[in-house]
Design a protein around this ligand. Sequence first.
Ligand code: NAD
Length: 282
Amino acid sequence: MMKNVLNTDLTGKVCVVTGAGGAICGMFAKTLARAGGKVAVLDLNEQAAQQVADEINAEGGIAKAYKANVLEKENLEAVHQQVLADLGPCDVLINGAGGNNPRATTDNEFHFEAKDIEGCKTFFDLDKSGVEFVFALNWLGTLLPTQVFAVDMIDRDGNILNIASMNAYTPLTKIPAYSGAKAAIVNFTEWLATYFAKSGIRVNAIAPGFFVGNQNRRLLFNEDGTPTARTAKILAGTPMGRFGELNELEGAVLFLLNNAAAGFITGVCIPIDGGYAAYSGV
Ligand code: NAD
């Protein structure tokens, strides 16, 4: 089995990861399994979840896939019962399911660019249901699994990790709903950390900068694989001058989940961004 970058020991701990069929949280599921965790791989996409669980089991880890919708509490409660029966009470919850939607995305960065182009989707054309979808997926999709799984963690040194984004600090152009929803995740992380501070649960977040995932590939690269103008702007705004490699997110996760190393850390959000948040651009 591959070794993790830090030796955080999660032996026997039950780790529930939502969105774990995806790029980032699929990787986190493997990281937790390599640390000894028993991983519940939750995703709306059952096949994707099963594939991640199969890969973990094939390398000698312990994982089980569950089809789960982070927006349906009854479904989550049923999955919780299955996880309890299969693996035991939850010790670690990573709220990974999230993302943007084209119906909540403007075509242009500035209104003046759009006003003479016919059919251009401006702020005024944003679809209400698209905005609601993005807020629900990122914000309710973090709150509902926390309501269902954090019950197991009370007074048991549990850990919750939420996934924010760079746009939580300063909104990115074109994606107002996704930016607002991720800002809400940072705020909610602080709220939950306070709420559970005397109940043996730490709650933290990471804010990934720019990584190439399934959901943002369309914004970052043209169909022929060449970088978009947005990619050029991102790299110019990143002092390190490159996209992050997904495995560069793992260290922060292992650190935050390590009760010996990070036992007094709760309510923080760690940017992992090559300096993006620190740089004014000048
Ligand atoms: P991804 O699209 O690869 O994975 C997301 C997963 O969530 C998918 O497998 C999808 O099936 C699942 N999902 C969607 N709706 C669901 C629902 N209702 N219930 C359960 N599962 C559902 O995305 P990713 O790039 O790995 O992103 C993971 C997280 O990281 C998201 O919260 C995203 O917003 C955040 N993030 C990503 C980046 C990036 O650069 N990729 C940057 C910052 C933050």
